[in-house]
Design a protein around this ligand. Sequence first.
Ligand code: PLP
Length: 390
Amino acid sequence: MSDPKPAGLATRAIHGHGLRDAHGSPHLPIYNTTTFAFASTADLLEVVDGRRPGSLYTRYGMNPGIVALEETLAGLEEAEAAWAFCSGMAAESALFLAHGRRGVVCVGDAYGGTLELLASQLPLLGIPTRFILGSELDRLESLLDGEGQLVFLETPTNPTLEIFDIAGIAARAHARGARLAVDNTFASPVNQRPLTLGADFVMHSATKYLGGHSDLTAGVLLGRREDLQPVWAWRKNLGTAIAPEVAALLARSLRTLVVRVRQHNASAQAIAEAMRAHPAIARVHYPGLPEAPGHALACRQMHGFGGMLSIEVRGDGAAATRVADRLRLFTLAPSLGGVESLVTQPCTTTHHGLSADERARRGIADSLLRLSVGLEDANDLIADLTQALR
Ligand SMILES: *Cc1c(COP(=O)(O)O)cnc(C)c1O
């Protein structure tokens, strides 16, 4: 008999792990314990030596709730394996320490914490790190000058929503003996699954869409089982596994991930179209608009265009600040991916540390506002933007 058709994404988000507790609870309880008992030393060694799966110690991630969460996450990203961490930065740090020691090349704009880790901290350990913008992508091969390097990128990027060709860059990295890691935080696995396009690793700040309610901090790293094995020891000894309580909260959030992200996509598209027609807006950055530079590529590699967009207000940075300060439903806060809509002005927050010239080189106008479109009624969000732009 042939295997049943693999379940769809929403089904996997809800039934993604096969674990049940002794009472048949449809959701695993929180195993709020640091350690687990064994019947005998022989039995303990079976688990310690990896001859059978089992729970051992929560800092190792060997806790039923953490393992169930990781199975669900792996199913969503079509990965062989996943490790859950206490933050997105913890997942990234473990990735770079395990697989980036020969050097990391960061392509395009990236999250501020990522840029700081790569530019200021990994070099303290002797790890060479290099940066190229999307406009300099032809230099990629010249930077991949040794075996075993790691290419790291986000797509769509923050805050200009640039789209990178995951399959194309993966092939170029592989041809130089390097591997590709994609920060898939902005897209979420609902909109994009980089491992199916040739990436070797996917990383998420689960603090954003995966958690989705701005009430938890967590991270995930996914990939081939063999590649994730060395990362496990780093997570164990850095002590950065996710906590059981947070794992349960995140597992709860994943059950609604697909419906949430589809609504984020639809509302962001509606807002992008309304803003594009607004006389006080000079430019809208959203891959779902047909005129966006990354639109054709996004249509090929994404299943939805996401809930993030940026608008350039006509006028200077001060004009954009006035708009941000006048918004009522959009909360002024530097995060994304939650049920509530948020606004940030990159030149005053995420990209405040860069010089004006460097921001200009990256295409980040002072008049740019980044919107994380939440799950309020899209018409109310459009009305809020319209009153603030008046
Ligand atoms: C927030 C974020 C991170 C860092 O995640 P934390 O969970 O805050 O550690 C990394 N990458 C992107 C794209 C992010 O938005």
